[in-house]
Design a binder for this molecule. Structure first.
Ligand code: ACO
Length: 448
């Protein structure tokens, strides 16, 4: 049987044969090239058939070997390794290496990678002055996005994105510096002095140090909390072609440097429908107030008044595998920190949702954001910092996607097509005539 698709254009009676290609394994999907539709024309001057796919519901924008998701079966793998195994056995820097370079590192490779990341943990002193310029109650995500873009000005050579050695240098810098900039944003919002990196600590321990060190000479992270944050970072490190990865690729496709590209990816992450959702989950739980009010709140969700934050996913139509890991981990964290008082409400919300036909029929399950916020809060991270805690590990994924894009000979500057729905051609109308026309037709309020 040929691997082709036959298209018959009923307007012309013409028949076209389009090749069907496959992903690595047949069950990972088959596809046609949208450009093959261009030859389907109603007349020789016709542009050719376009596929219309708002929000990329069924359009692949790239071929990628970084992350695999099977949303129906609740599967997530980085470079083929199941997320559950990585969360149980690995640590964030090792996973970042895996995402970026395709294989788990040998001990020598890991030592070298860790060394180079540690060599770049400090940021230029001017970044502190830059952050000082923000208002005391500036959202840390706004500060992070701006400071990451500002880093571009310190490393003008980073524009040379087609040079693999230059790219590698920026990857070290970005992975190393984003925890420092994030912690500075937090310290600024608290009116606390900035804490310099402590390279005796590991990646996650050092981040906790820069966040929470007070007057002690040396900060010692709690091992359970350090491990929990390591797991959270692993779970958030990549998620294939989501909104922010798409922003990273789209901006990166213009060969913008990785600092400004990453700032746009982080901006995409900030939205409440994406990485801002963990913050919204906490705000929602606080708004509900108590366990006995959960059922009532759910009625309002079902009536379409608002969405249940931390539920639903564009790809997962099953329990998000990351949420499963986090639910278990939350209990371990609460043994150290004491139970988060919002937990009972969250469990009640989940219980009702998993039994309710509205959620079951729409395949709405808890996503990664549902439990991560409860854990972050128990670890004393303020709610505003939640999207920042997402952006730090996701930097590894964004950079892996960016690198793959630049090495992909098929990629060009991202430039979607549109279906034009506006006016047909018309002639310029002189101001005098426009006024006359306006008295005849009702002017729109926005123009008055
Ligand atoms: N609460 C209530 N109803 C929901 C929810 C929700 N959280 N999510 C989807 N629905 C409903 C929609 O209203 C729609 O119902 P309808 O068919 O009656 O109109 C149906 O389920 C399908 O939803 P869509 O909006 O079409 O799904 P989409 O794939 O576009 O959206 C999204 C996915 C944005 C994540 C959505 O589920 C949502 O807004 N969830 C809440 C925000 C959230 O938790 N975001 C984090 C996502 S994970 C991440 O980015 C890390």
């Amino acid at each position: 049987m040929p691997d082709t698709l036959t298209i018959i254009d009923n307007r012309t009676g013409q028949q076209y044969e389009v090749p069907i290609a496959h992903a690595t394994y047949p069950e990972y999907g088959s596809y046609i090239r949208a450009a093959d539709l261009k030859k389907v024309k109603s007349s020789p001057t016709d542009f050719g058939l376009l596929s219309y796919d708002p929000a990329f519901m069924n359009t692949a924008s790239c071929r990628s070997s970084v992350t695999f998701i099977d949303g129906d079966r609740g599967i997530l793998r980085y470079r083929g390794y199941p997320i559950e195994e990585l969360a149980a056995k690995s640590n964030f820097l090792e996973v970042a290496y895996l995402l970026l370079w395709g294989e788990l590192p040998t001990q020598t490779q890991l030592d070298e990678w860790t060394h180079w990341v540690k060599m770049h943990t400090m940021v230029h002193e001017n970044i502190k002055k830059f952050i000082d310029g923000f208002h005391h109650d500036a959202h840390p995500m706004g500060m992070l996005v701006s400071a990451m873009a500002a880093l571009s000005t310190f490393y003008p050579e980073s524009k040379n994105v087609l040079d693999p050695a230059v790219r590698k240098q920026q990857i070290y810098r970005l992975i190393a510096k984003i925890p420092t900039v994030s912690a500075y944003a937090y310290r600024h919002s608290q009116g606390l002095p900035y804490v310099y990196p402590d390279n005796d600590l590991n990646y996650v321990g050092n981040f906790l140090n820069m966040m929470f060190k007070m007057t002690e000479v040396k900060y010692t992270p709690d091992p359970v909390l350090e491990r929990a944050l390591n797991v959270l970072f692993i779970l958030h490190a990549d998620h294939e072609q989501n909104c922010s990865a798409n922003a990273m690729r789209s901006v990166g496709s213009s060969q913008a440097d990785p600092y400004v590209s990453l700032a746009s990816a982080a901006s995409a992450l900030y939205g409440p429908l994406h990485g801002g959702a963990n913050e919204m989950v906490l705000r929602m739980l606080r708004q509900i107030g108590s366990k006995d009010k959960v059922a009532d709140y759910m009625k309002r969700v079902k009536a379409g008044e608002f969405k249940l934050m931390g539920f639903g996913h564009r790809v997962y139509k099953n329990y998000d595998p990351r949420a499963k890991i986090l639910k278990e981990m939350a209990m371990q964290v609460f043994e150290v920190t004491g139970k988060n008082p919002l937990l009972d409400m969250a469990l009640e919300l989940e219980r009702i949702a998993l039994e309710d036909d509205y959620f079951v029929s729409r395949k709405l399950y808890p996503n990664v954001d549902f439990y991560s916020g409860l854990i972050y809060q128990a670890m004393k991270f303020p709610v505003d910092m939640f999207p920042v805690l997402f952006a730090i590990p996701r930097t590894a994924g964004w950079l892996a996607q960016w690198q793959e894009l630049l090495e992909d000979g098929e990629q060009k500057i991202a430039r979607p097509r549109q279906i034009y729905t506006g006016e047909d051609t018309r002639s310029y109308v002189a101001m005098q005539k426009r006024a006359e026309a306006a008295t005849r037709t009702e002017a729109t309020p926005a123009l008055m």
